[in-house]
Write a protein that binds this ligand. Structure first.
Ligand SMILES: Cc1cc2nc3c(=O)[nH]c(=O)nc-3n(C[C@H](O)[C@H](O)[C@H](O)COP(=O)(O)OP(=O)(O)OC[C@H]3O[C@@H](n4cnc5c(N)ncnc54)[C@H](O)[C@@H]3O)c2cc1C
Length: 363
């Protein structure tokens, strides 16, 4: 085979190192470093014949156990496939292991993530207030499917690969819509959490034409950037306006220090969980190191972080099972019925043996 393969212990350990907490001593048998689609096709053909599991990996920032090699096999490190294929006024086509270029929607950890890893393992992010989940920005996906064929998914079919964690194929390139506008940001500071929630819900209900909106607690600001009070950051495109608040361009420039960035900085000692709550939000639930991101799915995406396992357990006990449960090894509960149905249908048709990222999809 042409693809570079390593079974050195240090490479196998490095390949499972990610932001997934509680990573047990599960290691892949080898790590592959493909440079192009032909090498992936050859590798996939070999693995189908030999019944070897395959787990694709981008930047390793997954927070939902997506990279665990539950049945061993080969982790495919996609980061050498990072070329720009083509670009026009509105779209850009990138190899899956690329970083972001003018994205409409991207995760807080965009500096460390790949476009393929975010599409296959992420969901909502910066820009989702206006544009929705990351998969709505992707108009064509190229992937090597579990029959070893290079296929193109377009329109609604892109959901077969979106947040599927590689269970339906190895994504090799994505054609994505670009954001061609400058973003401005303002900040509104509040004296109490109730005031902050009331204000943000009013903006949300009035469908204000914002790009992004995030409500941050004093505690998260202390660990990163922002005032020692509840504050709302509103970001809007250059052709829009926002009357209230003060200029927040400095905080916006540091948006990699929003919630996921704070977790990343404190990874070894921090715990986190996430909930998607309906409106109206009860102010009593927002305590401690927390952030609320608003997206276009009529939910408040609330992230909680703590330095105590006991406190984390208390949070989980009081809110019950999350409707976006990152602790659940299966992707099923995190997606809409229609979305997961597409993934299951494809999986049943092409990968009954569950060789593609095994154990992550209930089907
Ligand atoms: C505290 C915290 C908060 C987070 N908040 C958000 C958030 O708000 N929004 C969000 O979208 N994400 C969020 N994330 C998750 C994660 O940071 C991002 O989704 C990130 O962009 C993943 O990209 P990556 O390249 O690191 O992917 P990886 O971690 O390498 O992979 C992610 C998943 O996709 C699969 N995969 C990777 N590449 C491919 C490929 N080429 N083909 C098929 N499957 C592939 C992997 O097997 C894995 O299951 C958060 C993470 C943390 C720790």
């Amino acid at each position: 085979m042409k693809v570079i393969l390593s079974s050195k212990l240090e490479d196998r350990i490095k390949a499972v190192k990610s932001l997934d907490k509680d990573v047990p001593s599960l290691l892949p048998d080898a790590v592959a470093y493909p440079k192009n689609e032909d090498e992936i096709l050859e590798l996939v053909e070999h693995c189908i014949e030999e019944h070897i599991p395959l787990i694709p990996k981008g930047g390793g920032m997954s927070s939902a156990k997506g990279l665990l090699p539950l049945k061993g096999g080969i982790i495919i490190d996609m980061t050498s496939m990072n070329r720009k294929i083509e670009e026009d006024d509105n779209t850009i086509t990138l190899e899956a292991g690329s970083h972001f270029h003018n994205p409409r929607v991207y995760p807080t950890l965009w500096k460390y993530s790949t476009v393929g890893g975010n599409f296959c393992g992420g969901s909502w992010g910066i820009g989702s207030y206006k544009y929705g989940p990351n998969w709505d920005q992707v108009i064509e996906v190229t992937m090597v499917n579990p029959r070893g064929k290079l296929v193109k998914l377009r329109g609604g079919d892109t959901k077969i690969a979106a947040h599927a964690e590689g269970t339906t194929g190895i994504v090799t390139r994505l054609r994505m819509l670009k954001l061609n506008k400058e973003i401005h940001a303002k900040m509104i500071v509040f004296n109490s959490v109730s005031e902050a929630i009331q204000y943000s819900e009013k903006i949300y209900e009035n469908n204000y034409p914002l790009y992004h909106m995030v409500l941050r607690s004093p505690e998260i600001a202390k660990l990163s950037i922002g005032p020692d009070k509840w504050h709302l950051i509103v970001a809007y495109e250059e052709d829009e306006e926002f009357k209230d608040g003060v200029d927040a361009s400095q905080i916006w420039e540091n948006r990699d220090k929003f919630f996921a960035g704070v977790f990343y900085e404190n990874f070894s000692k921090a715990y986190y969980t996430t909930y998607h709550f309906d409106f109206p939000l009860d102010p009593k639930i927002l305590k401690g190191i927390t952030e609320v991101e608003f997206a276009n799915d009529n939910k408040a995406h609330v992230d909680f972080m703590t330095f105590s396992k006991e406190e984390l357990d208390n949070i989980k006990k009081s809110f019950g099972k999350s409707s976006f449960d990152v602790e659940d090894i299966y992707i099923n509960s995190r997606l809409s019925k229609e979305h997961i149905r597409k993934i299951i249908q494809y999986k049943k048709m092409y990968d009954k043996e569950d060789l593609f990222n095994p154990g992550k999809l209930q089907f």
